[in-house]
Design a protein around this ligand. Sequence first.
Ligand code: 13P
Ligand code: ZN
Length: 273
Amino acid sequence: MVDERESCEIPVIGIVLEQIAEAAGYMWMQHWAEANAGNITLNVTSILDSAKLPLAARKVELPRAYPSLAGQLILATVTGSRMRDVSLDPAAGCMLLRIEDGGKAFSVLAAFNASGRPTSELASHLLIHEMLLETGSKLRTVVHTHPPELVALTHAAETQPEGWLNDALWAAHAEVKIFFPGGVGHVPYIMPGSEALAEATVEALRSHPVVVWARHGALALGENALDAFDALDTLNKAADIWLTCRAAGVEPTHLSAPELAELGSYLKKLTGE
Ligand code: 13P
Ligand code: ZN
């Protein structure tokens, strides 16, 4: 029996909401978050005391099942929320969900606005969280946003051979080769919010920490919201440099094979691998 009481108190440890607020503020300031653009989810199961959770206010059926997420607690931004508002009051812009009924539904445990719905990209977020659990990943955060230079590069990539986008990003900024030696995933344009987008995204994320959604935006994984923001910031900086070169009539140069090899050993030293 679902309890009808509502709760607006999100019992998430402060640091999680602070990191969401900080990342949301950066995304707004970077002009990546027009109107309600962008969304953030975190699997907070391991950091919440299940004995202290509020009672479920309502239950919502999901269009498909996520069996591996059964019982998991997902903190999600509310659909339509502005990142600039989330940065000022993250608790009001988020809701706490528990995945119920073997992964076929979620209950709302806490939400500032009791009738609010989680992000319209929930299909992607839930499928990603399920994949992260199934693969034993330690990453628990998913951030989606609309970085314009990265999106512009996906327009340029439309007429180019596969792999062109990563070549352009590596060419523009050495940091990209250091932090993304395997490049980013490149998902073609697919209807936002759709199951098809979710499936293509998860496929790409199996081998990349970030995916770019053609003509739409990008999505990054992280241990927390700030890690995911940093990944997107590095990539968008590279896209910006590439476009700036082109606008100045300069063809971005590529790193040579020895330069790439040198970066590879630098990376190994950094990560101790
Ligand atoms: P939501 O407001 O539903 O999270 O949607 C924003 C968005 O960027 C959709 O792709
Ligand atoms: Zn979007």
